[in-house]
Design a protein around this ligand. Structure first.
Ligand code: E4P
Length: 219
Protein backbone atom coordinates (compact mmCIF):
# COMPACT_ATOMS: atom_id res chain seq x y z
CA UNK A 1 0.00 0.00 0.00
CA UNK A 2 1.31 3.45 -0.90
CA UNK A 3 1.48 6.18 1.74
CA UNK A 4 0.74 9.75 0.70
CA UNK A 5 0.71 12.72 3.07
CA UNK A 6 -2.33 14.98 2.90
CA UNK A 7 -0.91 18.45 3.42
CA UNK A 8 0.69 21.43 1.71
CA UNK A 9 2.99 22.04 4.70
CA UNK A 10 6.60 21.68 3.53
CA UNK A 11 8.02 20.86 6.99
CA UNK A 12 5.54 18.03 7.45
CA UNK A 13 6.21 16.73 3.94
CA UNK A 14 9.96 16.75 4.70
CA UNK A 15 9.40 14.94 8.00
CA UNK A 16 7.34 12.21 6.31
CA UNK A 17 9.91 11.92 3.52
CA UNK A 18 12.70 11.58 6.10
CA UNK A 19 10.82 8.69 7.71
CA UNK A 20 11.45 6.82 4.46
CA UNK A 21 7.92 5.58 3.86
CA UNK A 22 6.45 8.37 1.74
CA UNK A 23 5.17 7.66 -1.77
CA UNK A 24 3.48 10.96 -2.55
CA UNK A 25 1.54 14.05 -1.51
CA UNK A 26 -2.05 15.18 -1.92
CA UNK A 27 -3.05 18.81 -1.69
CA UNK A 28 -6.30 20.64 -2.25
CA UNK A 29 -7.27 24.33 -2.39
CA UNK A 30 -8.20 24.32 1.32
CA UNK A 31 -4.82 22.85 2.32
CA UNK A 32 -2.99 25.41 0.15
CA UNK A 33 -5.03 28.25 1.71
CA UNK A 34 -4.22 26.89 5.20
CA UNK A 35 -0.51 27.42 4.42
CA UNK A 36 -1.25 30.95 3.16
CA UNK A 37 -0.37 30.05 -0.44
CA UNK A 38 -2.36 32.32 -2.76
CA UNK A 39 -1.96 33.63 -6.31
CA UNK A 40 -0.97 31.61 -9.37
CA UNK A 41 2.78 32.30 -9.12
CA UNK A 42 2.97 31.29 -5.44
CA UNK A 43 0.85 28.20 -5.98
CA UNK A 44 3.07 27.14 -8.89
CA UNK A 45 6.24 27.74 -6.86
CA UNK A 46 4.78 25.73 -3.98
CA UNK A 47 4.01 22.73 -6.19
CA UNK A 48 7.57 22.88 -7.51
CA UNK A 49 8.92 22.97 -3.95
CA UNK A 50 6.85 19.91 -3.02
CA UNK A 51 8.11 18.07 -6.12
CA UNK A 52 11.69 18.82 -5.04
CA UNK A 53 11.11 17.03 -1.71
CA UNK A 54 9.30 13.84 -2.74
CA UNK A 55 10.08 11.08 -5.24
CA UNK A 56 6.75 11.03 -7.12
CA UNK A 57 2.96 11.49 -7.04
CA UNK A 58 2.15 15.10 -6.20
CA UNK A 59 -1.57 15.72 -6.60
CA UNK A 60 -2.26 19.29 -7.73
CA UNK A 61 -5.93 20.24 -7.89
CA UNK A 62 -7.53 22.30 -10.65
CA UNK A 63 -9.79 25.17 -9.64
CA UNK A 64 -11.65 25.22 -12.97
CA UNK A 65 -15.02 23.50 -13.35
CA UNK A 66 -15.58 23.68 -17.12
CA UNK A 67 -13.98 21.28 -19.61
CA UNK A 68 -11.87 23.80 -21.54
CA UNK A 69 -10.61 25.50 -18.41
CA UNK A 70 -9.87 22.20 -16.64
CA UNK A 71 -7.79 21.11 -19.65
CA UNK A 72 -5.90 24.41 -19.76
CA UNK A 73 -5.18 24.42 -16.03
CA UNK A 74 -4.42 20.69 -15.85
CA UNK A 75 -1.96 20.79 -18.75
CA UNK A 76 -0.16 23.74 -17.15
CA UNK A 77 0.07 21.86 -13.85
CA UNK A 78 1.29 18.67 -15.54
CA UNK A 79 3.98 20.66 -17.37
CA UNK A 80 5.47 21.82 -14.06
CA UNK A 81 7.01 18.45 -13.24
CA UNK A 82 6.51 14.81 -14.33
CA UNK A 83 5.66 14.00 -10.68
CA UNK A 84 2.43 16.02 -10.90
CA UNK A 85 -0.90 14.16 -10.84
CA UNK A 86 -3.74 16.43 -11.97
CA UNK A 87 -6.53 16.34 -9.39
CA UNK A 88 -9.95 16.78 -10.97
CA UNK A 89 -13.33 16.98 -9.19
CA UNK A 90 -16.03 14.37 -9.78
CA UNK A 91 -18.26 16.49 -12.00
CA UNK A 92 -19.44 15.94 -15.59
CA UNK A 93 -16.75 18.12 -17.18
CA UNK A 94 -14.23 16.59 -14.80
CA UNK A 95 -14.96 13.08 -16.08
CA UNK A 96 -14.62 14.32 -19.69
CA UNK A 97 -11.33 15.99 -18.77
CA UNK A 98 -10.01 12.81 -17.14
CA UNK A 99 -10.71 10.94 -20.37
CA UNK A 100 -8.80 13.62 -22.29
CA UNK A 101 -5.84 13.66 -19.86
CA UNK A 102 -5.65 9.86 -19.98
CA UNK A 103 -5.42 9.97 -23.78
CA UNK A 104 -2.49 12.40 -23.43
CA UNK A 105 -0.68 10.26 -20.85
CA UNK A 106 -1.31 12.76 -18.02
CA UNK A 107 -1.93 11.12 -14.62
CA UNK A 108 -5.16 12.05 -12.83
CA UNK A 109 -6.70 11.82 -9.38
CA UNK A 110 -10.50 12.08 -9.37
CA UNK A 111 -11.38 13.77 -6.11
CA UNK A 112 -14.53 14.20 -4.01
CA UNK A 113 -15.72 10.62 -4.52
CA UNK A 114 -18.59 9.72 -2.19
CA UNK A 115 -20.30 6.80 -3.97
CA UNK A 116 -19.32 3.58 -5.78
CA UNK A 117 -21.02 4.86 -8.95
CA UNK A 118 -18.80 7.94 -9.02
CA UNK A 119 -15.71 5.74 -8.66
CA UNK A 120 -16.93 3.49 -11.49
CA UNK A 121 -17.37 6.49 -13.83
CA UNK A 122 -13.91 7.82 -13.00
CA UNK A 123 -12.37 4.38 -13.64
CA UNK A 124 -14.22 4.15 -16.98
CA UNK A 125 -12.70 7.51 -17.92
CA UNK A 126 -9.25 6.11 -17.12
CA UNK A 127 -8.41 7.93 -13.88
CA UNK A 128 -5.07 6.92 -12.38
CA UNK A 129 -6.52 7.35 -8.87
CA UNK A 130 -9.96 7.80 -7.33
CA UNK A 131 -10.16 9.53 -3.97
CA UNK A 132 -13.07 8.33 -1.81
CA UNK A 133 -13.39 10.67 1.21
CA UNK A 134 -14.10 8.23 4.01
CA UNK A 135 -13.76 10.59 6.98
CA UNK A 136 -16.30 13.05 5.59
CA UNK A 137 -18.77 10.17 5.17
CA UNK A 138 -18.14 9.04 8.75
CA UNK A 139 -18.78 12.65 9.81
CA UNK A 140 -22.35 12.40 8.51
CA UNK A 141 -22.97 8.97 10.09
CA UNK A 142 -22.37 7.05 6.86
CA UNK A 143 -19.91 4.15 6.69
CA UNK A 144 -16.86 5.48 4.85
CA UNK A 145 -15.02 2.16 5.00
CA UNK A 146 -17.96 0.43 3.29
CA UNK A 147 -17.33 2.72 0.32
CA UNK A 148 -13.71 1.55 0.10
CA UNK A 149 -14.90 -2.08 0.23
CA UNK A 150 -17.52 -1.50 -2.50
CA UNK A 151 -15.07 0.22 -4.85
CA UNK A 152 -12.49 -2.55 -4.30
CA UNK A 153 -15.10 -5.17 -5.29
CA UNK A 154 -16.16 -3.26 -8.42
CA UNK A 155 -12.60 -2.57 -9.61
CA UNK A 156 -11.61 -6.21 -9.01
CA UNK A 157 -14.71 -7.50 -10.83
CA UNK A 158 -13.58 -5.81 -14.03
CA UNK A 159 -9.84 -5.48 -13.53
CA UNK A 160 -9.83 -1.67 -13.63
CA UNK A 161 -6.25 -0.45 -13.15
CA UNK A 162 -7.49 2.73 -11.40
CA UNK A 163 -6.01 2.85 -7.91
CA UNK A 164 -8.13 3.44 -4.82
CA UNK A 165 -6.64 6.37 -2.91
CA UNK A 166 -8.43 6.40 0.45
CA UNK A 167 -8.70 10.05 1.48
CA UNK A 168 -10.07 12.12 4.33
CA UNK A 169 -8.37 9.77 6.77
CA UNK A 170 -8.86 10.77 10.40
CA UNK A 171 -6.49 8.50 12.31
CA UNK A 172 -4.31 5.37 12.44
CA UNK A 173 -7.24 2.95 12.65
CA UNK A 174 -8.56 4.26 9.33
CA UNK A 175 -5.16 3.50 7.77
CA UNK A 176 -5.12 -0.07 9.10
CA UNK A 177 -8.74 -0.65 8.05
CA UNK A 178 -7.96 0.60 4.52
CA UNK A 179 -4.98 -1.76 4.33
CA UNK A 180 -7.21 -4.68 5.33
CA UNK A 181 -9.76 -3.72 2.67
CA UNK A 182 -7.13 -3.54 -0.06
CA UNK A 183 -6.97 0.20 -0.73
CA UNK A 184 -4.01 0.84 -3.04
CA UNK A 185 -3.06 4.11 -1.36
CA UNK A 186 -3.94 6.09 1.75
CA UNK A 187 -3.46 9.80 2.10
CA UNK A 188 -3.36 11.01 5.68
CA UNK A 189 -2.16 13.84 7.90
CA UNK A 190 1.32 13.36 9.40
CA UNK A 191 -0.22 12.82 12.85
CA UNK A 192 -2.17 9.76 11.61
CA UNK A 193 0.92 8.29 9.97
CA UNK A 194 3.21 8.76 12.99
CA UNK A 195 0.48 7.43 15.31
CA UNK A 196 1.10 4.04 13.66
CA UNK A 197 4.46 3.96 15.46
CA UNK A 198 2.90 4.03 18.89
CA UNK A 199 2.18 1.19 21.31
CA UNK A 200 2.57 1.41 25.11
CA UNK A 201 4.01 -2.13 25.24
CA UNK A 202 6.71 -1.07 22.76
CA UNK A 203 7.64 1.84 25.03
CA UNK A 204 7.66 -0.20 28.26
CA UNK A 205 9.36 -3.18 26.56
CA UNK A 206 12.16 -0.99 25.21
CA UNK A 207 12.63 0.69 28.61
CA UNK A 208 13.03 -2.75 30.23
CA UNK A 209 15.48 -3.99 27.57
CA UNK A 210 17.66 -0.90 28.00
CA UNK A 211 17.55 -1.11 31.82
CA UNK A 212 18.47 -4.84 31.79
CA UNK A 213 21.33 -4.19 29.40
CA UNK A 214 22.68 -1.44 31.66
CA UNK A 215 22.41 -3.66 34.79
CA UNK A 216 24.10 -6.66 33.09
CA UNK A 217 26.93 -4.42 31.91
CA UNK A 218 27.36 -3.12 35.47
CA UNK A 219 26.61 0.43 34.38
C1 E4P B 1 -7.82 14.31 -0.42
O1 E4P B 1 -7.09 14.36 -1.37
C2 E4P B 1 -8.24 15.47 0.36
O2 E4P B 1 -7.23 16.44 0.28
C3 E4P B 1 -8.40 15.18 1.82
O3 E4P B 1 -8.11 13.85 2.16
C4 E4P B 1 -9.65 15.72 2.42
O4 E4P B 1 -9.64 15.44 3.78
P1 E4P B 1 -10.51 16.21 4.85
O5 E4P B 1 -11.87 15.62 4.86
O6 E4P B 1 -9.78 15.97 6.14
O7 E4P B 1 -10.52 17.67 4.44
Amino acid sequence: MKFFIDTANLDQIKEAQDLGVLDGVTTNPSLMAKEGITGDANVTAHYKAICDIVDDNVSAEVIATTFDEIIKEGEALAALNPKIVVKVPMIKDGVKAIKYFTSKGIKTNCTLIFSPGQALLAAKAGATYVSPFLGRLDDISTDGLQLIEDIRLIFDNYGYPTQILAASIRGPLHIVACAKLGADVITAPLSAITALLKHPLTDSGLATFLADHKKAAGL
